[in-house]
Design a protein around this ligand. Structure first.
Ligand SMILES: Cc1cc2nc3c(=O)[nH]c(=O)nc-3n(C[C@H](O)[C@H](O)[C@H](O)COP(=O)(O)OP(=O)(O)OC[C@H]3O[C@@H](n4cnc5c(N)ncnc54)[C@H](O)[C@@H]3O)c2cc1C
Length: 226
């Protein structure tokens, strides 16, 4: 037998065994764990604990929760539901995953996990501008990261959009369905092309070219101009 294979088989014997290893315990990974558990598979979920849902102060578009639900509360419910169907939840980071005979082996601080299948639900990481006290502001709802989730929450309010040109314009146009008061912020004139400016003007979206920084206030932020 090939040496490396034997080695893997040997180490697999002291490892946690599963039919499916799910990497990531956000809503996607936990929903998968619930379904797979109900299909009577042995499931291990390894989660590093950085779900974007942790930042949701109150979600109001989650079906079944007309009064809204916080991200941490939703995650807690999903974890309990996954555990109910037998999923093992490991709070850790999967530092590596490699193919083995008949499946995969993953390394975590808590030990090795071997599984026939791996389901990656590692989510995405927001790239945000340098804004002071950002987490606090997100929790308060003065900074929002997703117009689809939160457009409804800013009906008729003043909204500033920060983003790269095409994306900023797309989000600003979307937000115009909710409020007439949308301003796209740029630091320099060349940040937005003539065609972007034309579309913005046609849609009554203001563009401010002299944005410098945000200063936190009691109720939100004040944009400081150059
Ligand atoms: C401020 C804010 C408000 C939002 N509001 C809403 C809303 O109202 N409604 C709505 O539907 N959506 C909302 N969203 C979006 C929602 O949070 C995401 O769509 C959702 O969390 C995505 O789920 P996910 O499981 O794909 O990823 P995530 O929730 O990001 O989970 C991924 C998980 O994988 C883990 N992970 C990554 N790499 C590894 C590794 N190597 N080993 C172990 N674990 C790993 C991470 O630590 C994380 O816990 C909001 C997001 C933000 C930031």
């Amino acid at each position: 037998m090939d040496q490396s294979v034997r080695k893997r088989r040997h180490s697999a014997s002291s490892a946690t065994e599963a039919d499916v290893l799910i990497v990531g315990g956000g809503p996607a990974g936990l929903a998968a764990a619930i379904y797979l558990g109900r299909f009577r598979h042995r499931v291990v979920v390894v989660d590093a604990g950085e779900s974007r849902a942790m930042l949701i102060a109150q979600s109001r578009n989650c079906p079944g929760f007309p009064e809204g639900i916080s991200g941490p509360d939703l995650l807690q419910r999903l974890r309990a539901q996954a555990a109910e169907y037998g999923a093992t939840l490991v709070q850790d980071q999967a530092s590596s995953i490699e193919p083995t005979v008949g499946g995969f082996g993953a390394e975590t601080n808590a030990g090795r996990i071997v599984a026939r299948k791996v389901f990656l639900a590692t989510g995405v990481v927001d790239v945000v501008p340098a804004i002071p006290r950002l987490r606090e502001a997100i929790a308060r709802g003065s900074v929002r990261l997703c117009p689809v989730c939160d457009g409804y929450e800013v009906i008729d309010r003043q909204v500033a959009v920060i983003g790269h040109e095409a994306q900023a314009l797309r989000e600003a146009l979307f937000l115009k369905q909710y409020t007439q008061h949308v301003t796209m912020l740029a630091r320099y004139l060349p940040d937005f092309s003539a065609s972007t400016r034309r579309v913005a003007m046609e849609e009554n979206i203001a563009i401010c070219d002299t944005f410098k920084k945000f200063v936190p206030t009691d109720s939100g932020y004040q944009a400081v101009l150059k």
